[in-house]
Design a protein around this ligand. Structure first.
Ligand code: TXE
Length: 513
């Protein structure tokens, strides 16, 4: 068993975490009311470290700092080339400190070290992508049919942004917000999840080292509900980008509407993975398994609904059960682990509740359903075995609701029309996968599925250059790609007449007509 207690102590003393954890106006501060929060290592249930937790006054101060810095105008007027260079310096520092950042992310979230390392690589890519994109984010010239008029559409930073992130991909998801916000010339308050704030604290220290000016990037952490008024019911905020649960996203959207504050929300999904009988067998087994059990299913685009053609359903489910039982769950720091624990006791309780509801509603439990029966797992860790339910239908809670854990449900179809209807039978619409060797059918399916990302004969991949976001209750707005930058920009039309002349619409005398 890995000695996590020792590793936890090392986190406390990490220079990347420091001893003060709020960053406002370029200063590391302790909270005004002395608030703290103990963070738990999900692999052991032991306290990992204790961090500062912001009060509502601190959050208001952070928004005030972002407002004052934006209104001063210096940052937003920084030449694009300088902002791009800053993003690249941040990317370089991510490379330098990748090992420590990955270790911190694993201790805080429970995910395996390899997954954390991939996350940090992806964060680096996002910064490099937006550095390059903003350099070519040109104004548009519009021909208005009058050679004397120069008509331009220009992009300007939207202003003060509040960036609220969840616990499953802490640094990755907040980087999808911070990178375009910095590229666009915005100022911001970042609020990581109170469950997993460590990597964001460490990252803000790197941003400071890279030369992000004081007041541009401010950091508070703590309970979202407690800080909500200061961050989302605040006329000084111009844009809120939120990733998290549906209920929270709805509350934030309602609150922000009072101030006509722009909001973009990414609220998870209930993602179908559709397998036709003619699909490649080996990659189907592999990717259905990875698609749902990676990071113990705590992924917004997790392929939790297997929708499989009846003729191969029994054999595919048998094989998935066999493979799921072999998954090496364990402490994320242990190189032998291929997936880690759930993030918290709350998530563990939620899975137990979903398993009970699946059984009560008549689904057939084929494997998992509780804590793995293994002596080598730490007794305090939040481990939940990969779970497969067969004979499911979309009226069951385990099929309709986002479980956000390692639970695969299986539904069966006999026709393409049924497969499509099942794939769209969800209130969410974040991501979907289709597997078939029939190209024409594949194309019909990807066009028919009402989801923000659709994979054909693949699952789970994304690139910083392509938009990410959801249809339906998976949210609105997009992250990544050019749209992910546009979210942080206002669009201004400048009409410049180089040879002004009177229009004579309102005339002084009738003769002028
Ligand atoms: O999310 P919350 P939770 C889903 C998943 C999960 C469920 C609940 O199904 O089981 O959401 O997870 C902040 N005003 N996803 O409870 O509460 C909070 O501090 C402002 C899907 O962890 O939505 C944190 O920083 N902020 C998802 C962030 O919101 C508030 C990833 C997310 O927390 C707030 C995670 C408030 N009133 C969970 N209340 C995805 N889309 O990938 C909370 N917060």
């Amino acid at each position: 068993m890995t000695d996590i207690t020792a590793a936890g102590a090392a986190v406390t003393s990490s220079p990347l975490i420091g001893d003060a954890h709020l960053y406002i106006s370029g200063e590391w501060r302790h909270p005004s009311d002395g608030g703290t929060r103990a963070l738990v290592n999900p692999a052991t249930g032991h306290t990992l470290t204790v961090v500062d937790e912001a009060s509502p006054d601190d959050a208001r101060a952070a928004v005030g700092a972002a407002r004052a810095t934006f209104d001063a105008g210096e940052w937003s007027a920084t030449p694009v080339s300088e902002r791009a260079a800053l993003l690249r310096r941040i990317a370089d520092l991510l490379v330098r400190d990748k090992a420590e950042l990955s270790r911190i992310e694993t201790l805080d979230t429970g995910k395996t070290l390899v997954e954390s390392e991939i996350d940090i690589d992806d964060v680096e890519s996002v910064f490099r992508y937006y550095a390059s994109l903003v350099e070519v984010d040109a104004d548009r010239v519009v021909d208005v049919g009058n050679p004397a008029v120069i008509s331009r559409v220009v992009h300007e930073p939207i202003g003060v942004c509040v960036l609220i992130a969840p616990w499953n991909y802490p640094l990755l998801q907040i980087s999808w917000k911070i990178a375009p916000a910095l590229a666009a010339g915005c100022t911001m308050v970042a609020k990581p999840s109170e469950v997993t704030p460590l990597s964001t604290i460490a990252f803000v220290r790197l941003c400071e080292e890279a030369g992000v000016p004081p007041g541009v990037l401010n950091l508070v952490q703590g309970s979202g509900a407690r800080l909500s008024g200061a961050l989302t019911d605040n006329p000084d905020v111009d844009f809120i980008s939120f990733t998290g649960g549906l209920a929270t996203g709805t509350t934030i959207s309602e609150t922000a509407a009072k101030h006509v504050t722009k909001v973009a929300v990414e609220l998870g999904g209930k993602n179908p993975h559709i397998v036709f009988a003619d699909a490649d067998w080996e990659s189907s087994v592999d990717q259905v398994l990875t698609g749902v059990f990676l990071h113990s299913g705590q992924v917004c685009s997790s392929g939790t609904r297997l929708i499989v053609e009846e003729s191969i359903a029994d054999s595919l489910v048998d094989e998935l059960v066999r493979r799921a039982n072999q998954i090496r769950m364990g402490d994320g720091l242990d190189p032998a682990s291929t997936t880690g624990p759930l993030v918290s006791q709350a998530q563990l309780n939620k899975m137990a509740d979903y398993v009970a509801s699946g059984i009560a509603e008549g689904a057939v439990l084929r494997c998992g359903g509780g804590r793995p029966d293994r002596d080598d797992l730490h007794p305090g860790g939040y481990f939940f075995a990969p779970t497969i339910f067969d004979r499911c239908n979309s009226s069951m809670r385990i099929v309709a609701e986002e479980t956000f854990g390692p639970i695969l449900t299986v539904e069966r179809f006999t026709t393409e029309a049924q497969a499509l209807a099942l794939g769209n039978d969800t209130t969410y619409g974040l991501a979907a996968g289709v597997r078939t060797s029939d190209a024409a059918r594949g194309e019909r399916m990807v066009r028919g599925l009402q989801h923000g990302t659709v994979w054909l004969n693949d699952f789970g991949y994304y690139t910083p250059a392509a938009e990410w976001g959801g249809y339906g209750k998976s949210g609105n707005g997009r992250e990544l790609g050019p749209t992910g930058l546009a979210e942080y920009q206002e669009t201004k039309h400048i009409w410049h007449n180089t040879a002004p002349s009177a229009s004579r619409w309102f005339t002084e005398t009738e003769d002028e007509r």
